[in-house]
Design a protein around this ligand. Structure first.
Ligand SMILES: *[C@@H]1O[C@H](CO)[C@@H](O)[C@H](O)[C@H]1NC(C)=O
Length: 212
């Protein structure tokens, strides 16, 4: 019956980049968490499959879009084209999408899109605030990828025709700072859609996530 409660090991925790290659093995053996209080909420008519879900957590992706796609695919929450196929999976990204790698902004866009797609089919995507998101909000851009800054400068000054100017890191930093102002989409997201910590799952699957 649908009311079986399973153990904490049902929460699949994947730390991207750290144990990337063991992710597949973890996912192959995955069990499912069960929604609790099905009777109380009148959901006891649901079958076991509908009432079960996975908790998938992915850590520091740091501007690495390629490995983000790989780990999300291995976790079976996106397909080869990057569309959400995770159904009612509860995906947690534990912070640090930004800095180091050259695709930080694309990662922010990716997770915002996945959140919309997941919520349309009963899933959730929770992004935590990492220290690198905080650094950008505090104007500390030391770890922003130089490649990403130069690309940003080139993109915002396309008409200049001055490659030195277009590739200028200072221009890139200025544009980065602008994108993270409160009224801009990236700045708004980091201020409105980032938890410092999150509790995800019920009963034995109940798990506290923080960025450490
Ligand atoms: C991914 O996109 C390609 C090209 O549009 C398409 O042929 C393929 O079927 C898509 N794959 C999935 C899993 O939807």
């Amino acid at each position: 019956m649908a009311h079986t409660r399973q153990t904490l090991t049902n929460s699949v925790v994947i730390y991207a980049s750290l144990v990337f290659f063991s992710a597949e093995a973890v996912c192959d053996g995955v069990d499912y968490c069960q929604e609790t209080d099905l009777k109380e909420t009148g959901r006891d008519l649901l079958n076991e499959h509908e009432a079960s879900y996975r908790v998938v957590a992915i850590g520091d992706l740091h501007g690495d879009l390629q490995n983000a796609h790989r780990v999300l695919q291995l976790s079976k929450v996106i397909d080869e084209n990057g569309s959400w196929i995770g159904g009612n999976t509860r995906l947690v990204q534990t912070g640090d999408l930004l800095d180091r790698g050259p695709n930080s902004l694309e990662l922010l866009d990716l997770f915002a899109r996945l959140k919309d797609e997941a919520e349309n089919v009963g899933g959730t995507v929770t992004c935590l605030l990492g220290n690198h998101e905080l650094m950008t909000l505090q104007g500390d851009l030391r770890y922003v990828s130089r490649t990403e800054l130069k690309a940003l400068a080139a993109k915002t000054l396309p008409a200049a025709g001055d490659t030195e100017q277009a590739g200028n890191l200072a221009n890139g930093r200025q544009e980065w700072s602008r994108l993270f102002q409160p009224g801009q989409i990236h700045g708004h997201r980091l201020r409105s859609d980032r938890e410092a910590m999150a509790v995800v799952g019920e009963a034995e699957c109940r798990t506290l996530f923080v960025h450490a």
